[in-house]
Design a protein around this ligand. Structure first.
Ligand code: AHR
Length: 535
């Protein structure tokens, strides 16, 4: 199996085994890690997060204010910061989402008591008091050790407003905007690594036809400048490694019109007109319908149907990559899946517009499958942001006043930290299928990579809800001594972490010694195992 292979490919790979038994029998899976070859770098930015002014995503989740009895540093929750630091979050997308397209940055600067109260029309019509604005977000980014990915308002904002925001944040010169930032408490300019040129401009960002968006995006793009001394864009020649990267709005799911329009415009643009680094795609997994799929108390059939839907991510990436390859065979433009995740039934008693949901073992397994898909497309998929970070949708962390809860998805992101900026390593995998009713899925889904410190890692998902998989791992040219890491599983596919049972789904250590140079790893049913191989 080559590294770039989807669900169909995985199933075919399973079938090429020389002496396949009938479906009724199990074959012992065989994994070969081809360490003599190496694929592209798995960008750490595929492990990005998304924090929107939506429900309790910011307020209560990140921001509690200086006077809160919940421990905080300058109003930002200490417990949440500590948990996020362990994820080595590479970038955070903010302030939305749909919220970004109605957000005016001047509302969120200056003394907090003087900031305007607005209606958050996108999410529940609640009052947005703007107590969390640019300075608070950048403080949060510093506290968790991440990079800012800011979406500018292309819908209800103007190019001048966006230009001013970037000058306010990034100039080191005593301009009026620079001095205003200093007066508001920040002397040094802020780093700004990523800027998003709008959000869902085909929908909540303005219902624009692709061509209308491209024209509008080009104007914003042309005038936007990062003025930070280390990131300064010399006109039209911004090629430095620390340059700010620009991401245009792309499609919803598998729709292609925005991909064609943006890529064609980029390809045909006049020399020195505008630059682009990424094209956004949003891909959610709603199960049987947005807000209708139970997040807990579901059966194995729902589990399998949901995982089948998760594999659509693979087809979406392949479809858009094929278009991008026509305009950009050198892969200069990244495919940026900057909203992805499950979108399930709201938690009982929660505000329907706050998008709070359960997070089960199924979410953890889904997250691992998606991360594996991204890794297999690492040449084109170089950034992604799960929706969302705290309290919203497929969240990492849930909060309840002073309590916090780490979700199965959080544990998956923590287990994958060694894969950040690791070199992808191709594998061969011989395994049979996981069948549930009329659904057929690969039984195993595996990636391998060499981490920045030279260590060899593998992430192995056993999708099968009933059968463990005793998997033989061979690494030609290397005598493996042992493998150790963690395994995430639970008694049921719908097991969730709740405030009453916060450790219900949590990783356990795993260690195996090689026997005569062979590693045989027992992968429990419905599990993720991440191990480092001791060579
Ligand atoms: O993540 C929730 C919402 O989903 C975002 O605001 C929007 O961009 C998408 O439709």
């Amino acid at each position: 199996m080559t590294h770039k292979i989807g669900m169909k490919g995985l199933l075919l790979a399973a079938l090429v085994s020389a002496s396949l038994p009938t479906h009724a029998q199990s074959i012992q899976p065989m994994l070969t890690i081809r360490t003599a070859e190496s694929g592209p770098v798995i960008s750490r930015h595929i492990f990005g997060q998304f924090a929107e002014h939506l429900g309790r995503g910011i307020y209560g989740g990140v921001w509690v204010g200086h006077g809160s009895k919940i421990p905080n540093v300058r109003g930002i929750r200490t417990d949440v910061v500590k948990a996020l630091r362990d994820l080595k979050v590479p970038n955070v997308r903010w302030p939305g989402g749909c919220f970004a397209e109605a957000y005016h940055w001047r509302d969120g600067i200056g003394p907090r008591e003087g900031r305007p109260a607005r209606l958050n029309r996108q999410w529940g019509g609640v009052i947005e008091d703007n107590s969390f604005g640019t300075h608070e977000f950048m403080d949060f980014i510093d506290q968790i050790g991440s990079e800012a990915y800011i979406i500018v308002n292309v819908g209800t904002g103007t190019p001048q407003e966006a230009v001013d925001w970037l000058e306010y944040m990034t100039t080191d010169k005593p301009t009026t905007l620079g001095k205003e930032r200093v007066a508001n408490g920040r002397t040094a300019p802020y780093r700004l690594k990523f800027v998003g040129l709008g959000n869902e401009s085909w929908g909540c960002g303005g219902s624009m036809q692709p061509e209308a968006y491209v024209d509008r995006m080009a104007v914003f793009n042309k005038f936007l400048k990062n003025l930070h001394p280390n990131q300064y864009d010399p006109p039209y020649q911004n090629t430095g490694p620390d340059r700010m990267e620009r991401i245009a709005v792309g499609p919803n799911g598998a729709e292609t019109a925005y991909v064609e329009a943006v890529m064609k415009a980029w390809h045909d643009r006049k020399p020195y007109s505008w630059q682009l680094d990424g094209l956004s795609v949003h891909q959610y997994f709603p199960g049987r319908g947005f807000g209708q799929e139970p997040g807990a108390e579901f059966d194995e059939a729902s589990y399998a149907a949901f995982l089948k839907q998760v594999y659509e991510m693979n087809d979406v990436i392949d479809k858009h990559s094929a278009i991008m390859d026509r305009y950009d065979p050198e892969k200069r433009i990244a495919l940026v899946i900057d909203e992805w995740g499950s979108w399930l039934e709201p938690l009982p008693g929660s505000h329907k517009s706050f998008l709070e949901q359960n997070n089960s073992l199924r979410d953890g397994i889904s997250a691992a499958l998606v991360l594996n898909i991204f890794a297999r497309h690492a040449d084109r998929v170089r950034m992604a942001n799960i929706a969302q970070m705290i309290n919203v949708l497929q969240t990492m962390i849930r909060t309840d006043n002073e309590r916090i809860l780490l979700t199965p998805t959080y544990h998956v992101f923590r287990m994958y930290v060694p894969f950040q900026d690791a070199d992808f390593i191709p594998i061969n995998l011989h395994a049979d299928e996981y069948k549930q009713g009329d659904i057929t899925l690969p039984r195993l889904d595996v990636i391998a990579a060499r981490a920045r410190d030279g260590k060899l890692w593998a992430a192995l998902v056993n999708l099968d809800a009933r059968r463990p998989a005793n998997t033989t791992i061979s690494i030609p040219g290397i005598v493996a001594k042992s493998a150790s890491g963690e395994v995430l599983t639970a008694a049921r596919v719908d097991a969730v972490n709740s405030f009453e049972r916060p450790q219900n789904v949590s990783p356990k250590p795993v260690h195996i010694e090689a026997s005569q140079g062979n590693l045989v790893l027992r992968l429990p049913p419905k599990s993720l195992t991440v191990v480092m191989v001791d060579e």
